[in-house]
Design a protein around this ligand. Structure first.
Ligand SMILES: [Zn+2]
Ligand SMILES: [Zn+2]
Length: 459
């Protein structure tokens, strides 16, 4: 624990000042200069390390380090209050750090702005947010450097002429020199941090600083639990796709019949950096799922899983329909058959939405797009649940059929058309309730311990 040299008070790194500030006497220190005094005593160690007190979560196994006297009372990943204090832990210094540049207050404001804009967000996502729950955590990231400085050859083929039944093509071998270098493609090294979040809050890698433990004071740090090699293929893919896209814009390739030139890139360097993230985990009312919100501590960008409150949604839609109805009623004579067609269209739209959402839900529930999670041995045996979408879809299908049947039967009495539309729209509302439920599952995470044990948790 690093104390204030003037009064031995508790210190904290203040992002807005970019200074280490004493909470007690207010003295300020430059984190870079301050470091000299601290690390001087550790000269004899071969590898530079930093240390902190470690807490582990007895529910989900997450491990967090703290660098001051404050005890960790809850887990940022599952919200559980069963944190167990373990001993001081030493970690090898990462290669660099992006210090927090936004204060916690700024990030809460940014989060609240996002939440208030989404009308249908349930109230607990807004009211349950307190300063203590927003936790500033440095997450270890792996940063790739990929290069190719040399010559590459691509094949091309172009139609030349035709003789009788034969078509003749000219084959080309297109060789060019490339000077490609990609730096900054990064991945988080924590299996519990959903990969989707790291891509939605990108960091400005160029504003990094040399690692210095003083930036950690007053914050938390997460410990690496994913082997960085699991991202090699993905990083190579990202860089190679970009490179081949750039190459394809060079006219010579298309001129000689090569529409998608490829280039191989090699991982030439991997570095570990600490990236600043404010983390918020809100447990759902049912206590079985959890919603995450993360704010980039460097840029203030927010990524949040926002569930929808069906009650709010229904009231909103009903109000809108009433208004729409009166507007339409003023300008048009609403024919019973048109109402039928309209309700069938609503049902088709709802069906399409359900299908799109179901595939996303499958990915989320089964972590298909989460490389970090899948790399963990404990998660290898993770039971995949196929999301049964057909039990939802039948409502929409009936809602499509009923008005169509009414139209085909060509009733004389208008009441039948209204009746058919009424039933169809009722079914559409019901399937929208399913959609909302699905959406909420899509943006929620099962509590980790429930995923593992499949049982209810006891606190
Ligand atoms: Zn002081
Ligand atoms: Zn936990």
């Amino acid at each position: 624990m690093i104390k204030c040299p003037n009064c031995t008070g508790e210190l904290e790194f203040k992002p807005t000042d970019k200074q280490v500030v004493c909470k007690y006497c207010g003295s300020k220190f430059d984190p870079k200069e301050f470091d000299e005094k601290v690390t001087m005593s550790k000269e004899n160690e071969a590898v530079a390390t930093y240390s902190g007190k470690t807490y582990s979560c007895s529910q989900c196994g997450a491990e967090l380090m703290t660098f001051d006297e404050t005890a960790i009372t809850f887990c940022s990943y599952c919200g559980s209050q069963a944190m167990i204090e373990s001993k001081m832990m030493k970690q090898n210094n990462p290669d660099f750090i992006i210090p927090f540049a936004k204060s916690r207050e700024e990030c809460i404001e940014a989060y609240k702005k996002v939440v208030s804009k989404s009308l249908f967000t349930p109230n607990y996502m807004k009211s349950d947010v307190t300063l203590e729950k927003f936790r500033g955590i440095y997450l270890p990231y792996c940063i790739y450097k990929l290069e190719n400085h040399g010559s590459i050859t691509n094949k091309g083929s172009k139609y030349s002429h035709r003789v009788g039944d034969y078509q003749y093509y000219n084959d080309y071998s297109i060789t060019c020199d490339v000077d490609a270098s990609y730096e900054g493609i990064s991945y988080d090294l924590i299996s519990k941090f959903y990969d989707k979040f790291s891509t939605s809050i990108p960091f400005d890698y160029h504003k990094k600083e040399e690692f210095n433990p003083n930036y950690l004071i007053g914050y938390y740090a997460d410990t690496v639990d994913v082997d960085s090699s699991v991202y090699d293929a993905d990083a190579r893919g990202v860089a190679q796709r970009d490179a081949s896209h750039r190459l394809s814009r060079i006219r010579e390739f298309s001129k000689y019949g090569c529409s998608s030139p490829t280039v191989k890139l090699n991982v030439t360097d991997k570095k570990v950096g600490m990236f600043p993230v404010y983390f918020l985990a809100i447990r759902n009312k049912d206590n079985k799922t959890i919603n995450y919100a993360v704010v980039n501590g460097q840029t203030g960008k927010v990524a949040a899983d926002l569930p929808i409150s069906f009650a709010k949604y229904l009231i909103g839609s009903l109000l809108l329909s009433v208004v729409l109805f009166f507007i339409l009623d003023n300008f048009f004579v609403i024919l019973p058959k048109a109402v039928c067609v309209f309700s069938a269209i609503c049902a088709v739209l709802s069906l399409v939405l359900s299908c799109v959402q179901a595939s996303g839900l499958n990915n989320r529930v089964n972590h298909t797009d989460d490389i970090g999670f899948m790399s963990k041995d404990v998660n290898k045996n993770f039971v995949k649940n196929k999301v049964g979408i057909f039990r939802y879809l039948y409502k929409e299908i009936i809602a499509i059929i009923i008005p169509i049947v009414a139209l085909i039967l060509n009733f004389v009495y208008d009441g039948y058309y209204y009746g058919a539309s009424f039933i169809a729209l009722g079914l559409v509302i019901l399937s929208f309730r399913d959609l909302v439920k699905e959406h909420n599952m899509l943006v929620s995470n099962k509590l980790p311990q429930l995923e593992k044990r499949g049982g209810d948790e006891h606190e």
